[in-house]
Ligand binder design. Structure first.
Ligand SMILES: *Cc1c(COP(=O)(O)O)cnc(C)c1O
Length: 434
């Protein structure tokens, strides 16, 4: 096919000069801004829990685009709903609304058990959902409240407001000064929270399970205490469920395990089943009226295609009892991982799983896993993370468990030989990927 016929073609392939994996990576480094390090592979196709690279090699995707591809790749129902919505009405503006936008807001309020007066704001990503939450916190300013509390290890995104909430110094320092007033408290420490909270605090921002820190769950006791104490002083409790939400932990939202109701919750990653969309849910009429007309906005947020993608994703998750599968296959994986030699601790809920190794060879394990046909991730030098599609089967999980001992063995020896991939390739850790 020639390029001249591209306007009649249904595929992007006709617009592209084809290449093999190595050549793509060379072209990548010449053309794409280098904030992500060197990509591990060039991926060209996906189906269910598998993806294929430009050289034809198949991988079991146990990372799911970092907790995004809840229904795997190229899910037929989601693909069909997105395509038909795009062919019907693709974009309007927020001078208008569309049925899919309204229906998705209603669906999210119903799944989150949000009471009368609760509302939804749509964004295009996790960091944008967090920006909206940050502005919401700033509006809780009666009596001069200015402080916002977040946690050590917390990750909330890369734009300036979200970065102010993110704890990691290496992400923050190059961009200071960041929006002020944010303090980071020690993780899961109720006494520290109690000591820091008073009427000068506008909001407390927490991940029910810290994903980027290596899948570290806050205790149910901490979440309940945070709810109790924030209510007492009039601070908002904002939960960042960008990674933990939309069924990933086997519940619609991770905080539902603790029985608490937050004042606001951010969502993104899994919400669109791979299509970019974020959301901020505000609970109750008081919180939902903090941001007034003109105080926030977005061009693309809540567009018909993204909201159709999310509606389709939620529908498919529900219709296929997929959360039950996430629970079952997740428990199976965690119980088996705990018995693997070299694995010192296993954490997480559903299919958000972190496990620690007995040494700093997690980046080498990622590299070796790729060689063996598995995509996993190392959020820290000694931690591996799995965030596979929620449709992962037990057989697929078992294939990874079968391969893991040899992967860890190779990685351990590779590190001992001083050939540590972490030093050579920033893309091997989450550091540069999110
Ligand atoms: C990934 C993530 C974000 C940022 O989402 P982006 O879509 O990458 O902007 C924010 N909060 C949490 C908890 C995340 O895991």
């Amino acid at each position: 096919m020639t390029k001249e016929t591209a306007l009649e073609s249904a595929s992007a392939a006709a617009l592209i000069d084809p290449a093999q994996g190595k050549e793509w990576l060379q072209r990548y480094s010449n053309a794409v801004l280098g904030v992500f390090g060197t990509p591990q592979r060039v991926l060209v196709r996906g189906a269910g829990c598998h993806v294929w690279d430009a050289d034809g090699k198949q991988y079991l995707d146990l990372l799911g685009g970092i907790a995004v591809n809840a229904l795997g790749h190229a899910h037929p129902f989601v693909t069909s709903v997105i395509s038909s919505q795009l062919a019907t009405l693709g974009h309007v503006s927020n001078f208008f609304t569309s049925p899919t936008q309204v229906a998705l807001a209603e669906k999210l309020l119903s799944l989150s058990g949000a009471g009368e007066g609760s509302k939804v704001f749509f964004a295009n990503s996790g960091t944008e959902a967090v920006e909206a939450a940050f502005k919401l916190a700033r509006r809780n300013s009666a009596g001069g409240r200015k402080r916002i509390l977040a946690l050590a290890g917390g990750f909330h995104g890369r734009t300036m407001g979200a970065l102010a909430l993110t704890a990691k110094q290496a992400y923050r320092e190059p961009f200071e000064p960041l929006p002020g007033g944010v303090e980071h408290l020690p993780f899961n420490d109720t006494a520290a929270l109690e000591a820091a909270l008073d009427e000068s605090v506008a909001a407390v921002v927490l991940e029910p399970i810290q994903g980027e820190a290596g899948v570290r769950p806050l205790s149910i006791d901490y979440l309940r205490k945070a709810r109790e104490l924030t209510s007492e002083v009039g601070a908002l409790l904002i939960l960042d469920e960008v990674q933990t939400g939309v069924g990933r932990t086997g519940r619609w939202f991770a905080h539902q395990a603790s029985g608490i109701t937050p004042d606001a919750m951010t969502l993104a990653k899994g919400l669109g089943g791979g299509f970019p969309i974020g959301a901020l849910v505000t609970f109750g009429s008081e919180v939902s009226s903090l941001l007034t007309p003109g105080q926030h906005g977005t061009t693309f947020g809540g567009n018909p295609v993204a909201t159709a993608a999310a509606l389709a994703t939620l529908h498919a998750l529900e219709a296929g009892s997929v959360l039950q599968n996430a629970n079952d296959v997740g428990s199976y994986l965690r119980s088996k991982l705990a018995g693997v030699s070299g694995v010192s601790e296993v954490r997480g809920e559903g299919v958000l799983i972190g496990f620690d190794l007995d040494g700093d060879y997690a980046p080498d394990a990622v590299t070796e896993a790729l060689t063996q046909g598995f995509i996993i991730n190392a959020p820290t030098p000694h931690t591996l993370r799995l965030a596979p599609p929620l449709i992962l089967t037990r057989t697929q999980a078992q294939s990874f468990l079968n391969a893991l001992p040899a992967i860890l063995e190779t990685a351990r020896n590779c590190g001992a030989a001083g050939n540590n991939a972490a030093g050579n390739n920033a893309a091997q850790t989450t550091e540069a990927s999110e």
